[in-house]
Design a protein around this ligand. Structure first.
Ligand SMILES: NC(=O)c1ccc[n+]([C@@H]2O[C@H](COP(=O)([O-])OP(=O)(O)OC[C@H]3O[C@@H](n4cnc5c(N)ncnc54)[C@H](OP(=O)(O)O)[C@@H]3O)[C@@H](O)[C@H]2O)c1
Length: 427
């Protein structure tokens, strides 16, 4: 009942064509920092502090960092995570929003995190932000030095809107990191155009930008990176509730559907990769985002089926982090609505989640031993679950049914979707 009335109120607040959530504040990316255990009021101050620390020249204490490094809230869920065995985890889109938050959480546990971002500069800035946050959160200079020194974060460039950049990323990984194997790979990056946008923007190879980035970029990366994932490794896909027209968010505006894949089919048959919509319809930015998230769910299920067929031990699961207006995802939406929506969703109606909690969801999917050992699962939670904090993971945040259309993963449609994706990216 509560969800229905909440949805009705949201529908009144926001325009009829919506992402099923919406909006983007100017300060969206910056605001994510407020969700760390200590906000960064002055980054410069922290950097000054860090350089002062370096000038002191104190050496890092060889401390058992794993417990020290955990902030109080991440420590709550520690029993589900095996932090003894250090892992190597790649996260796309880890310079902002839940990807950045998850990267910091995972790095704080002592695991190696590869920050795969649109540009190297953004990846380096993300690494600096993580170090700054940790410096701010440290007890003293010696503590800060030890914690920062123990961090293993590798900034790298991987622009998902350009297949050549993905190629370069993989080649560089093989060359500079000796083709080290990953324990987990998280396909988290995503864009959402302004829901009113009429102009079709395109990736370097000509794909419609939203599906081209959120699905095809990750699809191509997956093709290249799969041999570099450990036998018992996992893949995590950041999907969304809006993939499902029967969910509160997915019911707003034009619902997601890939139809009969006519847009993909035509692009493959004609060799012109400039499809507008997967289903062959007229471009609709709101629907394109929802479709891309449906692609994420179909991809998860079809990939697991293929991995199982070939006897691979790799497990793939996807999740919905919930409505988080404070990330950068809403950057292209109407600024006024974004702000109103943020206050309404997060403070008034309490259906929104915090970025830090969303990062916790990604951390849980990447590391927790409680996450589906057979793969192919979709995790989500009722709106407003971040009020339960870390306790929600494995309780409110749990396995759920995917949309009717995504359930077609057992049918020929999912196979065809996969084959067409292969042809589009040229593998
Ligand atoms: N926020 C929500 O309400 C919500 C709800 C459900 C699902 N999700 C999903 O959660 C994921 C993370 O989003 P978020 O909310 O944390 O938003 P965000 O702060 O905007 O993070 C998205 C990340 O994706 C990156 N990205 C976009 N295009 C890229 C490209 N071509 N190459 C490489 N990276 C690219 C962005 O990098 P730049 O900074 O360079 O653009 C950014 O780091 C997305 O998949 C989104 O669909 C979010």
């Amino acid at each position: 009942m509560k969800v229905i009335s909440t949805t009705a109120i949201l529908a009144l607040i926001i325009p009829s064509t919506t992402l099923g959530f919406q909006i983007s504040p100017n300060s969206a990316r910056v605001s994510s920092t407020s969700l760390y255990s200590k906000p960064i009021d002055s980054v410069n101050e922290a950097i000054d502090r860090r350089s002062a620390i370096h000038q002191i020249g104190a050496t890092a204490a060889g401390v058992a960092l794993s417990s020290l490094l955990l902030s109080s809230d991440t420590a709550l869920a520690a029993q589900d995570y095996d932090d003894e065995k250090k892992k190597r985890i790649l996260i796309t889109g880890s310079n902002s929003g839940i990807g950045l938050d998850a990267a910091q959480r995972i790095a704080l546990r002592g695991h190696e995190v590869i920050l795969a971002c649109r540009t190297l500069e953004k990846a380096k800035q993300a690494a600096d932000k993580i170090k700054t946050n940790i410096a701010n959160d440290s007890m003293d200079a010696v503590d800060a030095i030890a914690r920062i020194k123990a961090l293993k974060v590798i900034p790298m460039e991987c622009d998902l809107a350009d297949l050549a950049s993905i190629d370069s990323f993989i080649n560089q990984w093989k060359r500079t990191q000796n083709a080290a194997m990953f324990d987990a790979v998280c396909y988290n990056a995503g864009i959402a155009r302004n829901t009113e946008a009429k102009e079709v923007l395109r990736t370097k190879q000509g794909f419609e930008l939203t599906v081209g980035t959120n699905h095809l970029g990750h699809f191509y990366l997956n093709h290249l990176i799969l041999p570099l994932i450990k036998e018992n490794g996992r893949i995590v896909v950041t999907a969304s509730g809006v993939h499902d027209p029967d969910s509160p968010g997915g019911a707003q505006g034009v619902p997601a559907t890939l139809g009969d894949l006519a847009g993909f089919e035509k692009a493959v048959v004609t060799g012109d990769k400039r499809f507008d919509m997967v289903d062959g319809g007229q471009f609709n930015a709101d629907k394109a985002y929802k479709d891309s998230k449906l692609c994420n769910v179909l991809f998860t299920r079809e990939l697991q089926r293929r991995l199982d067929d070939r006897g691979s031990g790799v497990k793939v699961n996807c999740f919905n982090p919930g409505l988080i207006v404070g990330t950068g995802l809403f950057r292209d939406q109407n600024q006024v609505f974004t702000k109103v929506f943020d206050v309404a969703a997060t403070n008034l109606l309490k259906v929104g989640e915090t970025t830090h909690w969303g990062g916790g969801a990604l951390e849980y999917m990447s590391l927790s031993s409680m996450v589906g050992e057979n793969g192919s699962l979709y995790y989500t939670s009722p709106p407003g679950s971040s009020k339960y904090g870390e306790d929600a993971f494995g309780r409110e945040f749990r396995v759920s049914e995917v949309s009717k259309e995504a359930r077609l993963s057992d049918s020929g449609k999912a196979r065809r979707f996969w084959e067409l994706s292969e042809k589009l990216v040229g593998v």
